[in-house]
Design a protein around this ligand. Structure first.
Ligand SMILES: Cc1cc2nc3c(=O)[nH]c(=O)nc-3n(C[C@H](O)[C@H](O)[C@H](O)COP(=O)(O)OP(=O)(O)OC[C@H]3O[C@@H](n4cnc5c(N)ncnc54)[C@H](O)[C@@H]3O)c2cc1C
Length: 818
């Protein structure tokens, strides 16, 4: 083990990282690599004392999230060369892995991951049943459909990995203080003081990398605007078997270890550990620890484990013995039962600490060994550049807002752990943690057949079921658009096309901006112009690189007063983006959730409002006014994300039941989020963090008409000007796809003459245009109407044609302007 020379507490550092697990140390290494050497890591015990020391050390690349796959891929690439780069050799076995499939849907999931993996430069492969035993001779295959082979998978010694990163960081000048717990923080004159028993360290930036202690550390930041980290600690066990002669002999003969085996439909991993096995199940009847007042988090748990609890694992052990019968020939030599933190969606928290200046999080890692390399890179980019190379919303701490309280975290953490390898089907809803926030008309929506999903904790109907619809969990376990919802979504879209529909949309994020000079300031934030008084327009916000940060509807009330409306999930992200740049004297308030919203849209919308409302229904598209509906006061915005004539009604909660009842009574047909998704894709309207991600610039995103490069100054202007001069690499396109039963999911690859030339960002069936429609990013030279491409959808390629650069539905916007 590399010895640290005795270090006294420095009085100052640029960054202090709290926590010396693999993640904190990787963050330190990457900061030092970026030239930030004046950084200090505090570890309360010895490095790795938290979850890291006992981790199994599996290093998969597989993920169905593009960004998480990117992070894990980067880790494998880093780990391969790390020992040599820092002069600290370590045990890293790149054995490859085999994921077994028991169903057609699982094979489709694998095919999709293969497509994404290949796009990232990895040679993932789908194996037929006959090919599995060629790679893994000891496995029973009679009941399988196939497998996914990941050649980059393997296992690493977590302690050696941490020490190698620590050596690299120290060699570059960073400091690691072991046996030095941080005990609190204070903010003095715009700097942090991190307290320790040995003295205080003054620093610009603090990083919470405290593993399963992250919640406790986050509590120190609450007085400075922070919140409790949303997490729960689960217990995870793996067991090690005695050596097995056949395995030892096989390994000797072929000169390498068996690939790592994952039976994801049953829910365990099985790895060769020396001459025996390491079996690690994610059991359904799992156990959360330290999650209630009668089971408090201990002051110190360094290098400790929970007592074994093999009863919970029994069905999985029995299954694994049937799958690899050799496992049953050996006794168990050791059981490891350790704490593992879970965020409510199973992804870690990496990025700015919500609400707190100059503080970041790199914690709540469920797969911290596999992700530490990439996480260190991402964290260092956040700290040193304020932006990351890859869009990392999947791991951004701001994706959980105030709804994610402890009960929610426990419920979701248990659900995610128990379905660690579960498939994320587009029409399925995981049941735990539902009903955190509901609209004032929730019960009415439910009574109408609403099938809900959660959006920033708000329950919204995804679709409306009718009598006899199969609402079982099993019916939702498909990638296909076909299912009980299909006929309903079609009818909902047709109602919006031919008559009028209503969608209850609680939880829009809504910010109020005012103060002398508010307009001038906002003009410097958005890339385009501002709306005139009484008008609404879309404002696009770029970062310094010209990349898309967000999109908001801007309402100009006159007198330097504006309302900014943005996606529900964007609430904390967007508020912080504005707040971070706000000029003194301006007032910005978060009014999200204070009002409820209905979208009322369709060619008969005006008739409907004329019957139940009192306002000037002749005001044009992109106007707003205060008016009355059903005798209640409300704001009426003449916009429609569905692309038809329509208004958004924004009203106080207490007024919404009467308004909703009147809208329904006047003949509006309820429609849901799935219909809205289909309708907006037909119009080429982009969705935040799907089509509008920071992976793309505003120009790549095809948003030129919202960019005024002739404006004197706005964030990102220089970068966009430079990009305009050299030309964009990729361009946003709409595609008509000759799809089968499945529409193109996020990050399906686009092919042209045998090469991958782009990716899909959204896809859905368009019921008005009667075709599968996809939005995506395509190599700029091919982004020409009429170009014939292929889209790879769950492993199969389908013909696709680039459309004109205008909406497929109502290209001249006549219906919306009507
Ligand atoms: C049985 C088991 C098997 C696992 N197997 C795998 C696997 O195969 N692959 C994989 O990728 N992941 C695996 N994991 C998960 C993995 O162990 C964690 O994701 C990872 O170790 C998290 O690293 P970390 O640095 O975030 O946290 P930790 O390793 O917990 O480090 C946090 C550190 O912060 C320190 N600290 C806390 N409070 C303070 C303070 N106030 N001041 C100073 N220091 C403080 C702690 O002492 C600790 O050392 C496994 C987990 C378990 C339980």
């Amino acid at each position: 083990m590399a010895e640290t020379p005795p270090l006294s507490i420095p009085s100052h550092a640029r960054v202090v990282i709290i926590g010396g697990g693999v993640v904190g140390v990787s963050a330190l290494y990457h900061l030092a690599k970026a030239g930030w050497r004046d950084c200090v890591l505090l570890e309360k015990n010895e490095l790795t004392a938290g979850s890291t020391w006992h981790a199994a050390g599996n290093v998969p690349t597989f993920s169905t999230s593009w960004s998480v796959m990117n992070m894990q891929r980067y880790s494998t690439e880093l780990y391969r060369g790390l020992g040599a780069a820092v002069g600290y050799p370590m045990n890293y076995h790149v054995t490859g892995s085999i994921r077994l499939a028991h169903s057609r849907e699982r094979m489709q999931e694998f095919a999709r991951a293969r497509g994404m993996g290949r796009y990232q430069g990895m040679a993932l492969d789908v194996l037929g049943v006959d090919e599995i035993r060629g790679r893994y001779p000891f496995v029973e295959t009679h009941d399988l459909m196939g497998a996914l082979y990941d050649p980059a998978d393997g296992d690493i010694d977590p302690a050696q990995l941490t020490q190698a990163l620590a050596k690299g960081a120290r060699d570059m000048g960073a400091a690691i203080l072991r046996f030095t717990p941080a005990t609190g923080v204070s903010r003095v004159n715009g700097e942090w003081l991190v307290h320790t028993a040995k003295g205080d360290i003054r620093c610009e930036i603090v990083v919470n990398a405290a593993g399963y202690y992250a919640q406790r550390v986050s509590d120190w930041f609450v007085p400075y605007g922070g919140r409790r980290v949303p997490m729960v600690v689960m217990s995870h066990q793996y067991l090690l078997s005695e050596p097995i002669a056949e395995i030892e002999a096989w390994s000797r003969e072929v000169g390498h270890k068996l690939p790592l085996l994952r039976d994801v439909d049953v829910s365990y991993y099985l790895r060769q550990e020396k001459g025996g096995f390491n079996l690690g199940p994610y059991e359904r009847n799992c156990r959360a620890h330290w999650a209630s007042p009668d089971d408090p988090l201990p002051e110190d748990f360094s290098f400790q484990l929970f007592p074994d609890d093999l009863d919970r694992l029994e069905p999985y052990i029995v299954d694994a013995m049937a799958r690899v019968p050799l496992l049953g020939t050996a006794g168990i030599s050791k059981v490891i039962n350790g704490p593992i933190p879970y965020a409510p969606d199973g992804n870690p928290l990496i990025g700015p600490m919500p609400g707190v200046p100059n503080a970041f999080e790199a914690c709540v890692f469920t797969f911290g060994i596999a992700q530490a390399g990439g996480a260190g890179k991402v964290l260092a980019e956040w700290v040193t550049e304020g932006a990351t190379e890859w869009d990392m919303w999947s791991c951004d701490p701001r994706r959980f807002t105030a709804y994610a309280d402890q009960d929610y975290c426990v419920a979701k953490g248990m659900e995610v752990y128990g379905h660690e390898y579960g498939m994320q089907f587009p029409h399925a809803r995981w049941p735990a943690g539902a009903d955190r926030r509901s609209s004032p008309v929730h019960d009415r929506v439910k009574a109408l057949g609403g099938q809900f999903g959660a959006y920033n904790g708000w329950e919204r109907a995804n679709w409306f079921a009718g009598p006899g619809d199969d609402l079982s969990w099993e019916a939702s376990q498909t990638w296909s658009r076909r299912g009980p919802w299909e006929a309903r979504i079609r009818a909902e879209c047709e109602a919006v096309r031919d008559g009028v529909g209503v969608l209850d949309l609680p939880g829009f994020s809504r910010f109020e901006l005012s103060g002398a000079g508010a307009g001038d300031w906002l003009r410097g934030m958005v890339a385009g112009g501002l709306p005139k008084e009484g008008r609404v327009s879309l404002g696009y916000f770029a970062d310094q690189r010209g990349r898309i940060q967000t999109e908001m509807s801007v309402l100009n009330h006159g007198g330097d007063r504006f309302t900014l409306i943005t996606a529900s999930v964007a609430q904390w992200h967007d508020f912080e983006w504005l707040k971070a740049h706000l000029l003194p004297g301006l007032v910005l308030e978060d009014h999200s959730g204070l009002r409820d919203t209905l979208i009322v849209t369709g060619p008969k919308a005006r008739e409907l409002f004329a019957a139940i409302g009192d306002a000037d229904w002749s005001l044009p598209w992109l106007s707003f006014q205060n008016g009355m509906v059903a005798g209640r006061r409300c704001d009426l915005l003449r916009v429609s994300f569905a692309g038809e004539l329509g208004w958004e009604i924004h009203a106080l909660h207490e007024d919404m039941p009467a308004i909703y009842a009147a809208v329904l009574g006047a003949g509006a047909v309820p429609f849901g989020m799935f219909a809205l998704n289909s309708l907006r894709i037909e119009k080429g309207y982009r969705a935040w963090k799907v089509d509008l991600s920071s992976d793309y610039s505003l120009l790549e995103g095809g948003l030129e008409r919202f960019v005024k490069l002739d404006k004197p100054a706005f964030t990102g202007r220089a970068a966009l000007l430079a990009e305009q001069q050299r030309g964009v690499r990729k361009r946003f396109v709409t595609l008509k796809v000759a799809a089968g039963d499945c529409d193109a999911p996020y990050m399906s690859t686009l092919w042209h003459q045998g090469q991958v030339v782009g990716e899909i960002t959204s896809g859905a069936w368009g019921y008005r245009v009667n075709a599968s429609v996809a939005l995506g990013m395509l190599r700029a030279d091919l982004a020409v109407p009429g170009t014939a491409l292929e889209v790879e959808i769950y492993g199969e390629r389908f013909a696709a044609v680039v459309q004109e650069e205008k909406p497929m539905w109502d290209p001249a916007n006549q219906r919306i302007r009507a």
